[in-house]
Design a protein around this ligand. Structure first.
Ligand code: G1P
Length: 287
């Protein structure tokens, strides 16, 4: 593909994964598999396909298995292991691992990448949000929108009122097909919700000036530094943000039902599994 204007992606993987205890007692939630591939690998593959050249992982104590997983397999026998495991998606000199020692929120996590980021727009990928797209993956769709607008892009999809308080919610005006100029963004709101709300779904393309907004809100009292609050500040000072409604099926793997649904959907797409799985599911649902 042609050279991407977005070369670096930040992948926050420092979350505690409390919702998936006891599975996440010693295993990072990003290492939970969707069929036979850990969630984090879907994020690295999406980044690679979108032309990203470097990844910055924001990690936490107890998460070193992520770095191990993204390194070459120690068994160099190609016939036994298969080349796709020996060669990682990104070479190790293309990955940086930065610690977030305390869980202080997504804004704080992205701010930790500051000294590794170039002075140009970068992507943020939250691996929990997994997509199945028939053509361009979410980041590819967003890079196209960034090329068109030059502004920051936030991935959105519509969610019903009952789910809206799990997400950042944007409000804005439609400017093009699937594209909204964002006027306001609120983190997990409980009031002023509609039947249909535009939720932030785990992908961002941000211009580097967002780092000063993150720094600014970090000087406040809050113990959790939300990326949403930094974006709201950037919008108030006149920075252009667009919401792009992502074309594709989304699975919120941060929720148990979304995680199980993703496993079923991805397994049903696999020729080596679906023939065994389909009759079982049909039987189960027929009961
Ligand atoms: C984060 C963001 C939220 C976004 C969500 C997407 O929340 O803060 O704005 O909608 O990811 O999954 P979290 O799920 O980490 O609480």
């Amino acid at each position: 593909m042609s050279k991407s204007p977005i070369k670096v992606a930040v992948i926050p993987v420092a979350g505690l994964g409390r919702r998936f205890l006891p599975a996440t007692k010693v295993m990072p939630k990003e290492m939970l598999p969707i069929v036979d591939k850990p969630i984090v690998q879907y994020a690295t593959e999406e980044a690679k396909a979108a032309g990203i050249e470097k990844l910055i992982f924001i990690t936490a104590p107890g998460k070193t298995s992520i770095e191990d997983h993204l390194s070459p397999h120690p068994d160099s026998d190609r016939d036994r292991i298969g080349p796709s495991l020996i060669e990682p998606v990104f070479k190790s000199d293309r990955c940086a691992f930065v610690r977030q020692d305390k869980p202080r929120g997504l804004g704080h996590a992205v701010g930790r990448a500051q000294s590794w980021l170039p002075d140009e727009p970068f992507a943020v990928i939250l691996p929990d949000e997994l997509f199945s797209c028939s053509q361009d993956n979410p980041l590819q769709q967003m890079i196209k929108a960034h090329r068109k607008t030059g502004g920051s892009i936030i991935a959105t999809q519509s969610v019903p009122r009952a789910q809206a308080s799990n997400y950042g919610i944007i409000d804005g005006e439609s400017v093009d097909q699937n594209l909204y100029q964002i006027h306001t963004i609120r983190e997990k709101p409980h009031t002023d919700l509609k039947d249909d709300n535009l939720a932030v779904v785990g992908r961002y393309i941000l211009t580097p000036d967002i780092l000063s907004d993150i720094e600014n809100i970090m000087t406040g009292e809050a113990s959790e530094i939300q990326l949403t609050d930094a974006i709201a500040r950037a919008i108030r000072r006149g920075s252009s943000f667009y919401g792009l409604s992502i074309t594709g099926e989304r699975f919120d793997c941060g929720q148990k039902a979304g995680f199980v649904a993703a496993n079923l959907a991805f397994a049903l797409k696999r020729k080596d599994i679906s023939d065994d799985l389909k009759p079982y599911l049909q039987d189960l649902l027929g009961k």
